[in-house]
Design a protein around this ligand. Sequence first.
Ligand code: SF4
Ligand code: SF4
Length: 273
Amino acid sequence: MPIDPKFQKNRKKVGKEEGITIWGPVDPPETLGIRGTYVAVDWDLCTGCGICLKVCPQQLFDWMEASSHPTSEKKAFPVRETECGQCYLCETKCPVQAIRIIYPGLTGWLNWLAWLTIPLLFTQLVGGSIYGVLFGPMLGLQAPFYAGWVVLVLGFLFVLSSLIYFSKRGELVEGRGIMYTTVVVESGTYGIVRHPQFLGVVLMACASILVSQYWLFVLIGVPLIVSMFKWIQLAEENLIAKFGDDYRRYMRKVPRINLFQGILRLVKRRREN
Ligand code: SF4
Ligand code: SF4
C-alpha cells in the first residue's frame, strides 16, 4: 500500500526531527510514521533502496538510522524539503511508493491575489462576452467588435491546447492532476510561446474589452492582464527550480508569451532543421 496521500488530514503531528515534522503514529522500532510535510516519506514503507537519494537533483535527502525496523535499518530523510523543485522524480521512482510530494501553496498577499483573480477573471471573460452578445459594442465600433470575437476564439484555443499538450506530452505523475508534469513540454503551442495558457487568458481578457467596449470590463480587465505577468514570473521561477537546465535551454529557444516573436522563431527553427 502506498503512502497515504491525505496523511496531513488522517495523521497527527507528533514531533520534529532536525526541523522536519514527524506524523504519527510512532512506536519504535516497528512503527516510525511519516517524515516531512512537503516531501513526505513513509518510513514504515521505505526499504532503504537509495533511489530517491540518487535521483533527487536538489540532493535534499540524507540517510537516517532506523535500527530494528522490519523493512530496513536506514531510511530516506527529507532534511532539506523546503528546497524541493517539485520534479516528482523521487515520487515516481520510489519502488514502494513511500514518497508524496505536496505543493506548499501560495502564502500572504499572493494567496489573496489568487483568490481575487479567479472570480474577477470569470466576470471579465463571461460578463464581457455576454454583454457583447446582448447589447453589442457600447461604443458602436464594429471592426474591434468582430476582431474581438476572433481574438476570443484564438485565446480559447491557446488555453485548450495547453491542457491537451500537458496531458499528451507532460509524462504526468500517475493519479495526479494535469499540472503534474515531469518533463518540459516543448511541442505544439509550447513551441510558439512558453505559456500558451497565460497567453490565452490575456487574449480572452482583451477580447472581452473589444466586444463589450464597456468601461467596467476595461476596469477589471487591465489589472487582470497586468497581474498575469506576475503569475508568469512565479511560474517560471518554479519551472526553473523543477527542471533546471532543461528549462533554461527552453527559455532561450521560445519566448514567454510574445506570439509574433514565437511564430518567427518557430519558422526560423523549422528552416534551420
Ligand atoms: S526510493 Fe523509496 S524505498 Fe527507496 S530509499 Fe527512497 S523512500 Fe525509501
Ligand atoms: S520532487 Fe524532485 S526535487 Fe523534490 S525531493 Fe523529489 S526528486 Fe527532489
